[in-house]
Design a protein around this ligand. Structure first.
Ligand code: ADP
Length: 375
């Protein structure tokens, strides 16, 4: 029997680890929150990831525990480690992906480039930050945000009174300078417990309404200076935070060609879906290898360009299956990945990957195929 990897969380990231696990003979088991999730195919348990006993019972039958999301509370993670479970990434790394204030402080300590920031406990704090930053700022809830929820552009001290009202003074918000970025990039690095790393090419990510819409790999115009700088930031964070598994570093590129760290994810990430088909080793296989401390695979691209287009649920909810046949017939060279989720509006329900020699043709092909699924 192969080594057993337990994934906490039953979303599409867990789902997409199943296929490479089957190929490598790795036994993947999933603790899903509810029945009928994206990764239910491999679910061996259903329960609450915030409940220590549920998680400890799940971990008992696996060799290593890893994650589909970053929401497992620190006390549960520490109970797992205390019980002797191998947890990758471990609690000391994961806390920097769980709490944006802790991340900002740690990146400063490592001397890495990031937006100016401050903790905010009152309207007066925010006013002082606005005064120092041209009257505009971004305020974030440090924990629990995703897809732009918990992120607000503000221009007045009272703009986050609702958030401040819900919180204790000892639990501040994060204020950041409003970065006038020219585009958003993402840098992925895989790291094993033994320290070996594999560095992916930096990619461009395009967000719509706070949700990732498209990824181009590698990021156009990033050869030369930018790509090695991004790779260096990725390596420094993976090593400096002792990350194990896949790390994604979301970056802002500014008009004067600086890179600033926006946020971190310590798991497979939407910015790496292109690599399932476009890289020698995709992030889902790489994450499994890394958390099991197996030799890492080659992260190099298979083709000069790859594009990933997300499929979002649209106003008219039809199942992806109804449109699959037409999409496959029209676009035999792309790969369609579906998550088995109900296509509620705005929800990520699948993606399309295309790759090849000509960037425009690759992007066109991927967009045209994704368009079959509405959204
Ligand atoms: P989430 O955790 O919800 O993904 P992020 O911190 O990544 O939140 O922010 C979501 C989006 O908001 C970013 O992708 C970016 O477009 C915008 N954003 C976040 N921080 C800043 C900032 N300091 N300046 C300008 N835009 C920002």
């Amino acid at each position: 029997m192969g080594q057993r990897v337990g994934i906490i969380g039953g979303g599409q990231l867990a789902r997409m680890m199943i296929a490479p696990a089957v190929e490598l003979g790795i036994d993947v088991r999933v603790l899903a929150e509810v029945p009928d999730m994206a990764a239910s195919l491999a679910a061996t348990a259903i329960g609450d990831y915030r409940d220590v006993d549920t998680v400890l019972a799940f971990a008992r039958d696996v060799d290593v525990v890893t994650f589909d999301h970053e929401h497992v509370p620190q006390e549960v993670l520490r109970a797992l480690v205390g019980a002797g479970a191998a947890v990758h990434p471990g609690p000391d790394a994961l806390r920097f992906a769980q709490d944006k204030l802790q991340m900002r402080a740690q990146l400063d300590a490592l001397g890495l480039p990031q937006p100016e920031w401050a903790p905010i406990s009152s309207a007066a704090d925010l006013q002082a930050f606005l005064d120092a930053h041209g009257g505009r700022a971004v305020v974030k809830t440090p924990r629990g945000g995703y897809d732009g929820k918990g992120v607000r552009v503000v221009t007045a001290a009272g703009d986050v009174d609702d958030w401040l009202g819900e919180r204790a003074a000892a639990d501040p918000l994060l204020a950041e300078e409003l970065v006038d970025f020219t585009r958003e990039l993402a840098q992925q690095v895989a790291r094993r417990p033994s320290g070996e790393m594999a560095v992916y090419p930096v990619v461009e990510t395009v967000q719509r309404d706070g949700v990732c819409a498209e990824v181009i790999a590698p990021a156009p115009h990033a050869t030369g200076r930018l790509a090695p700088v991004a790779a260096g930031i990725g390596r420094a964070i993976a090593e400096g935070l002792a990350v194990t598994g896949m790390l994604a570093v979301e970056l802002f590129e500014t008009a004067d060609e600086r890179l600033l760290v926006n946020e971190l994810a310590m798991r497979p990430h939407n910015s790496g879906h292109w690599g399932q088909d476009g890289a020698m080793t995709g992030q889902f296989e790489q994450h499994l290898r890394a958390v099991l401390d197996l030799p890492l695979g080659d992260p190099a691209p298979r083709a000069p360009w790859a594009a990933m287009i997300n499929i979002l649920g649209g106003p008219v909810s039809a199942s992806l299956g109804d449109r699959l046949s037409d999409a496959l017939a029209a676009h035999p060279t792309v790969k369609v990945h579906t998550y088995g989720k109900a296509p509620r509006p705005g929800r990520k329900v699948g993606h399309v990957n295309a790759w090849g020699d000509d960037l425009d043709a690759v992007v066109y092909e991927a967009r045209a195929a994704a368009a079959f699924f509405g959204g």
